[in-house]
Design a binder for this molecule. Sequence first.
Ligand code: COA
Length: 164
Amino acid sequence: MPTVAIYPGSFDPITLGHIDVVKRASRMFDKIVIAVANNLSKQSLFDLAQRLELIRQSIGNLPNIIVESFEGLTVDFAKKHGATVIVRGLRAISDFEYEFQLSQMNKILYPQLETVFVMASLEYTFISSSVIREVARLGGDVSQLVPAPVLVALQTAFRPGRTL
Ligand code: COA
């Protein structure tokens, strides 16, 4: 049986940190479904369609990675795709408590699902999507931290004269 893993998150926007995690995970599992949460309680810079498109453009043609959106519980999305693994990136100790809580809750909801943590590579341990958005909004250079399509999208979103 092929092992299907999901990699859920908001990806607002996807960063090189996320890409590092998903590419490494794609070597461990037969198929990865990047699951983009349509989290209505989280105000996003990029709408769902933009986030999906930016991920697709940034990932390129990796044959065992697909990108889909979801609403509702992550475990239900996992069941729908026959996934037995959730991949999450861990950047620092500060991620641990939240990730521990998520993984325990998901385990209660769907015991067959294992959460597997991939340690972020050192050069990306300090990145988060909100830090990227903040720096880009203030005109800082994030070109080392995001894929090229995301850089263009951020420059467009924060072009002088545009109000957000
Ligand atoms: N590189 C760079 N940044 C990373 C990263 C990495 N490797 N790993 C995590 N991050 C950042 C994200 O960019 C994000 O930054 P931000 O908060 O500054 O925007 C932050 O860490 C949180 O990441 P994310 O994975 O997107 O978490 P989230 O809290 O937005 O989404 C879900 C988490 C979607 C998986 C979770 O809310 C969920 O499962 N929701 C569905 C509903 C559900 O099932 N709820 C019950 C869960 S028990």
